[in-house]
Design a protein around this ligand. Structure first.
Ligand code: UDX
Ligand code: UDX
Length: 436
């Protein structure tokens, strides 16, 4: 079977490469010619563990192709995945212009039956909009009868473990309103039957909702533990004890109860805003998720207050920040807590020295007046405090005596709780974590 994936970013490239790994013939399309040329040379534009290997292997095997030509990719494919950005507009509503333009492109190149699938996270009822866009463009280019199914197959890929999440998912959600499309999509994911992955086949609207409800719930879980952590600090309880014991209750579950500077990244922030926005349009208020968004923003400011308290004033200080990506194992800095906190610190008059194993190049495009260091020790050199912003593994194994020596003041604010408070005290640091 030939398929194509339009949009070759964090989601599209992983999706295309992993389907090729399943033995399917895949064409990845992107409007960015430089990106496509790089991919053709075997260069991967993002840092995602395991991705380079499967891209190269499948490209070499002739199953994975790259092009800027949407028309030919659509013509040659039975299934077309849409994986272009769906960014938020200033009012929180989703900007669907990229999705619309892809729908028009598909419509004008339609020749026979196709299954068109939204992979991007989109507001509910976007499939209807995609169908309308395809139909209109098809008519405008002289095709009267349009034969296509528009489906929703949301991704649940965590950056940093996206390949693993694709190849070993908790579930595959297929939202489709006709049997033919369901059969084709199930066939694409057939290798997952071997590992008994559950398939959830639903209406298109339910599939679109599943994605939003899942992300909003996870964002809520994180925000909930952050607020409990804030309370733990006041009462002298360790939030890790609280979270661990909560998580042992099967109804609650252990995951996503790790406190920190608030969630970031390209999904939770925009998807929660989108859910609130399209709910409002439909006349339904989302009070919980609205509160989550507000509390998450507040958490960034709380981190800055913590730093203020630990340094005795941010103005004029030099602060070392370790970690810039929104989470470890990715170079993605979109809505990264580290970047937000750095901006707030700079507004209050701090100078920042920063280090990240993978994300410095992307961070440099977002930040001004930051000194990028060659490693953690270099970042700490002469700083008035060290701020652990992203929990890369290499920061867990630092030689803390060397860090102590490098710092002007032995202060550590650990926004991810990777160090143990008693150990830090023993090493002579003034240390603050979150909720401990
Ligand atoms: C995207 C969406 O942002 C997200 O909402 C959705 O859940 C999954 O897809 P991501 O893969 O992280 O997420 O985006 P990004 O890494 O920015 O990649 C998008 C790619 O699409 C870029 O390479 C861009 O050049 C390409 N693109 C964009 C097109 O090919 N055509 C367009 O019209 C717009
Ligand atoms: C998320 C979803 O998990 C995934 O299923 C898909 O829908 C895309 O969006 P991603 O944004 O890549 O994935 O990363 P994730 O691991 O979910 O983390 C998101 C943010 O929450 C990060 O900033 C992370 O640091 C933060 N987080 C996560 C916490 O602060 N505490 C936690 O316990 C878990």
């Amino acid at each position: 079977m030939n398929i194509s994936v339009i949009g070759t970013g964090y989601v599209g490239l992983v999706t295309g490469a992993c389907f090729a790994e399943f033995g399917i013939n895949v064409t990845c399309v992107d409007k960015d010619a430089a990106k496509i040329e790089a991919l053709e040379r075997g260069e991967i534009p993002i840092f995602e563990p395991g991705l380079e290997e499967i891209v190269r292997r499948n490209a070499r095997a002739g199953r994975l192709h790259f092009t800027t030509d949407t028309g030919s990719a659509v013509k040659d494919s039975l299934v077309v995945f849409i994986a272009v950005p769906t960014p938020p507009q200033p009012d929180g509503a989703t900007d669907l212009s990229y999705v619309d333009s892809v729908a028009r492109a598909i419509g004008s190149h339609l020749d026979g039956y196709k299954v068109v699938v939204t992979k991007s996270t989109v507001p509910v009822r976007t499939a209807e909009r995609v169908r309308a866009g395809i139909t209109e463009a098809a008519r405008a280019s002289g095709k009267d009868s349009v034969t296509c199914s528009v489906c929703s197959n949301p991704e649940f890929l965590r950056e940093g473990s996206a390949v693993e999440d694709f190849l070993r998912p908790d579930r595959v959600v297929i939202g489709a309103d006709d049997e033919q499309a369901i059969a084709i999509l199930k066939d694409l994911y057939k290798p997952l039957n071997l590992i008994e992955v559950p398939f959830v086949v639903t209406s298109v609207a339910a599939a679109e909702m599943i994605k939003h409800a899942s992300n909003a719930f996870l964002a809520t879980k994180i925000t909930f533990i952050n607020e409990i952590a804030n309370l733990c600090e006041k009462v002298g309880a360790d939030v890790h004890d609280v979270a661990r014991a909560m998580g042992l209750d099967g109804r609650i579950g252990r995951k996503f109860l790790h406190p920190g500077p608030g969630y970031g990244g390209s999904c939770f922030p925009k998807d929660t805003l989108s859910l609130v926005s399209f709910s409002e349009e439909l006349g339904v208020e989302q009070r919980v998720v609205s509160a989550v968004i507000e509390a998450n923003e507040f958490q960034r400011r709380r981190m800055v207050e913590k730093i203020e308290a630990m340094t005795g004033g941010i103005e004029g200080r030099t602060l070392a920040v370790l970690g810039l990506s929104f989470k470890p194992n990715t170079d993605d800095v979109r809505l990264s807590p580290a970047i937000d906190v750095i901006r707030l610190l700079q507004e209050r008059g701090a100078s920042v020295r920063a280090y990240d194993p993978q994300a410095m190049e992307r961070a440099a495009a977002e930040l001004e007046n930051v000194v990028f260091a060659s490693d953690a020790y270099d970042a700490a050199r002469g700083a008035d405090a060290l701020i652990l912003a992203t929990e890369w593994n290499e920061f867990r194994r630092l030689d803390l005596a060397r860090i102590h020596e490098a710092l002007r003041e032995p202060v550590i604010v650990d926004m991810r709780n990777i160090y143990e408070p008693p150990e830090m005290e023993r090493l002579g640091f003034r240390y603050a974590g979150v909720g401990r």
